[in-house]
Design a protein around this ligand. Structure first.
Ligand code: ASP
Length: 583
């Protein structure tokens, strides 16, 4: 007789039911008390008649009280059915009511998804999680993770847990450190990923590994980034890049089909250089076109100093079409130029192709011929605008790429129900370090260069290409992977190239190099961010809404109040002392 609040249907009329749940809503109506009783599975209407002994108690029920109700399932009177509720054909005529616990008045409504300040939601996360949207998201997350686990199980992967207290794994972020009490002055690092351990599992002969893995990186928080997050982490032995891509793509297609009932088309593959040139991003949003156009040739003889100096310095002039953009006022274009500058552009030139004539912020320098050629190149029509960016190549492309996304938003081209997955391949092995400009791994130092690339390591390392691939979706990077270096001597060369001394290599990676020397098989793998996958599948714009207990934007858990101070004694046990000057 115990039933959940979501299951009763018309056919159940006449049977008895015992329901447990929260008071979602109470209405006193026509002498009766109506309760919408809620649990994870749904809502059932319960009716209390003044004739029943429990009526008086029902009159005092408040939102979020927890109750047990017994009664008779019956069809609702004709005309009062609620087609919006799965249980809308029936109601339960209550004969017994037990209040299991009372609730204080919640600080925000629990029975709606109305906007509430996020910090308040996070402080009372248990109430926030009761609300419909988060209930849906957390259940969706479970189904996605379950589908992924089933997929990898079917393909012969073993889920193997790796430890949390380890040595630093370089994924390009700052480590979280855990002081050891037993070995004072020494620290564990929390894993930025299980990278080295999964490679060691390949050396250990497991062949196909996966894990729903927690990773911790001490980075600045963003809407799509948390300092602890979850990856589906995968590694395979004896696999080519194509085989890794096939497995990972199939995992996602299987999941989308099973969970969202969507048949995804095969994922297109693009080389890194191509997406940078066409979309100004290594994680392009491919739901729409508006490709960036390189137009140095159109301005090769220009007197316009902004373009001329960029071209002479080996840079780029990049053009972008803004559909229907001609209707913007000068002031709108000024604001857009300001936005371009915030996005790293030196400036922006606009051309509005109005029906009554063309206007431009650089009218004196851009004549009919240039405009005709720009229109031809970008496909811009009367009514559109054309935006131009001139700078060093990367800077011009990145700024134009960000503007492309802004225009995609403004023109409604970024439909959250459309899923444009793609593979990006052929990354450079190294990129300049943001601070020092020295070569730094574009992925991580375990990534193998592409065929024939080792020859460049001493002469032109920045030209080396990697066997590194990313999966992207709708402008987000879902994850990265690579074929790994599986020979110790080559791995040592990379560490040396990155500026590490023999002692430093031994101290940080000696154990790993040793493992590579005992018959390490060729291997490769990938990790995909579960939080981002669920966020996009749920149509959300931030990962905090698909994580049960996220940190807020300031990296705090405001429900538990963490991080927080600890008693002096605990620090002493660890052999630690806080500096009194607070530095
Ligand atoms: N460990 C990498 C990461 O977390 C993924 C991989 O190379 O498999 O980004």
């Amino acid at each position: 007789m115990k039933r959940s609040c979501g299951v009763l249907r018309g056919d159940d009329a006449g049977s008895a039911a015992e329901l447990f749940g929260w008071v979602n809503r109470r209405r006193d109506h026509g002498g009766l008390v109506f309760i919408d009783l809620r649990d994870r599975d749904g809502i059932t209407q319960v009716v209390f008649d003044p004739q029943t002994p429990c009526f008086a108690q029902a009159e005092h029920l408040r939102h979020e009280d927890v109750v047990r109700v017994c009664g008779q399932v019956r069809k609702r009177p004709a005309g009062t059915e609620n087609s919006k509720l799965a249980t809308g054909e029936i109601e339960v005529d209550a004969t017994e009511l037990e209040v299991l616990n009372r609730s204080l008045v919640p600080p925000f409504p629990v029975n709606t998804d109305d906007d509430v300040d996020e910090n308040l939601r996070l402080e009372y996360r248990y109430l926030d999680l009761r609300r419909p949207r988060l209930q849906r998201n957390i259940a969706l997350r479970h189904r996605i993770v379950k589908a992924l686990r089933d997929f990898f199980d079917n393909r012969g992967f073993l889920e193997i847990e790796t430890p949390m207290l380890i040595k630093s794994t370089p994924e390009g972020a700052r480590d979280y450190l855990v002081p050891s009490r037993v070995h004072q002055g020494s620290f564990y690092a929390l894993p930025q990923s299980p990278q080295i351990l999964k490679q060691i599992l390949m050396i250990a002969g497991f062949g196909r590994y996966m894990q729903i893995a927690r990773c911790m990186r001490d980075e600045d928080q963003r809407a799509d980034r948390q300092l602890e997050f979850t990856q589906i982490d995968v590694e395979l032995s004896f696999a080519s890049q194509d085989e890794v891509l096939e497995i990972m793509e199939s995992a996602i297609r299987f999941t989308w089909k099973r969970v969202l009932e969507i048949d995804l088309p095969p994922f297109p593959r693009y080389a890194h250089a191509e997406v940078m040139n066409r979309f100004g991003s290594d994680k392009p949003d491919l739901r729409f076109g508006l490709d960036l156009q390189h137009v140095n040739d159109i301005f090769s003889g220009t007197e316009f100093v902004v373009f001329k100096s960029a071209i002479d310095a080996g840079g780029l002039v990049v053009a972008l079409r803004y559909p229907d953009g001609a209707s913007l006022s000068r002031r709108d274009f000024d604001a857009l130029t300001e936005l371009a500058k915030q996005n790293g552009a030196k400036g922006m030139v606009w051309i509005a192709l109005g029906a009554e004539g063309t206007k431009s912020s650089a009218a004196r320098f851009i004549g009919e011929t240039e405009i005709a050629r720009l229109r031809e190149r970008t496909g811009a029509q009367i009514g559109d605008a054309i935006l131009l960016f001139a700078d060093a190549a990367d800077a011009a492309l990145l700024a134009a790429g960000k503007m492309r996304l802004e225009i995609g938003d403004r023109c409604g081209l970024r439909d959250p129900e459309q899923f444009a997955f793609a593979w990006i391949t052929d990354f450079p092995l190294f990129e300049p370090d943001e601070e020092t400009g020295a070569p730094a791994p574009a992925h991580h130092p375990f990534t193998a260069p592409g065929e024939g690339q080792w020859d460049l390591i001493d002469t032109e390392p920045m030209k080396m290409r990697a066997q590194h691939y990313d999966m992207v979706l709708n402008g987000f990077e879902l994850g990265s992977g690579s074929i790994r270096i599986h020979k110790a001597e080559f791995q040592r060369r990379i560490f040396t190239m990155l500026g590490m001394s023999a002692d430093q290599i031994e101290e940080r990676f000696g154990f790993f190099l040793r493992a590579l020397e005992y018959g390490a098989p060729p291997h490769g793998g990938m990790a995909l961010g579960i939080d981002r996958i669920v966020m996009l599948a749920a149509g959300e714009t931030g990962i905090r809404d698909v994580i049960a207990f996220p940190k807020n934007q300031m990296a705090r858990d405001v429900m538990m109040d963490a991080p927080s101070a600890v008693p002096e004694r605990l620090l002493r046990d660890l052999g630690l002392q806080l500096r009194s000057d607070g530095r």
